[in-house]
Design a binder for this molecule. Structure first.
Ligand SMILES: [Fe+2]
Ligand SMILES: [Fe+2]
Length: 192
């Protein structure tokens, strides 16, 4: 892929992720409020906090690229997140867990794809951060898969596609010297 096309792909994915993180965080706020078990409430609340952090991190990357979030995505995901937030109170225990797992399995692939684009267009200092976010989304998918599989209904409902092992997320980048450190944005970009 040409460098210019990779940059376009990266920008589009980051704009999408920036807004989708808000939608996810709003939905998780409704989700943890709807749960009864204290440990599950705390776990999903923690996932909500991680989605807000992702939004800040993706926002920092967009600023660094001198690109604005897309208003149409912001409106769309605000509406989706708000509807899901309300529905969680009506949907019972199983379906919000199932829906979240299915969505998270897509999220981790999108951040891995964004890391590929970043690498291809020369934004190699973004790669570690994006792979870190892919790993967190992988953890979210794993959490919700475990919850769904603990319920009898999962035997009768088609599960989403199996995820690749977590280690595979960084496999393509092992040769790159700075990627073994913990995922973080350069402080100058977060503070911007
Ligand atoms: Fe996220
Ligand atoms: Fe997530």
């Amino acid at each position: 892929m040409k460098r210019q096309d990779s940059r376009k792909g990266l920008v589009k994915l980051l704009q999408l992720a920036y807004s989708a993180e808000m939608g996810a965080a709003l939905a998780y706020r409704g989700h943890w409020h709807s749960l009864v078990t204290a440990s599950e409430r705390a776990e999903v609340r923690h996932i909500e906090a991680e989605e807000w952090l992702h939004r800040r991190e993706v926002g920092a990357l967009l600023r660094d690229l001198a690109v604005h979030p897309r208003l149409s995505y912001e409106i769309k995901f605000f509406l989706i997140g708000s509807v899901l937030r309300g529905l969680c109170n009506l949907a019972g225990w199983f379906w919000p867990m199932y829906g979240a797992g299915r969505l998270e399995s897509r999220n981790y692939r999108e951040y891995a794809q964004a890391a590929d684009y970043a690498f291809e267009c020369g934004q190699t200092d973004y790669v570690n951060c994006l792979l870190g976010m892919a790993e967190t989304e992988w953890d979210h998918e794993c959490y919700f898969r475990g919850k769904v599989e603990s319920h009898l209904w999962h035997k009768f409902i088609p599960m989403w596609e199996e995820t690749a092992p977590k280690a595979s997320i960084r496999q393509n980048y092992r040769f790159h010297q700075n990627l073994s450190s913990p995922a973080s944005l350069p402080q100058s970009k977060l503070a911007a």
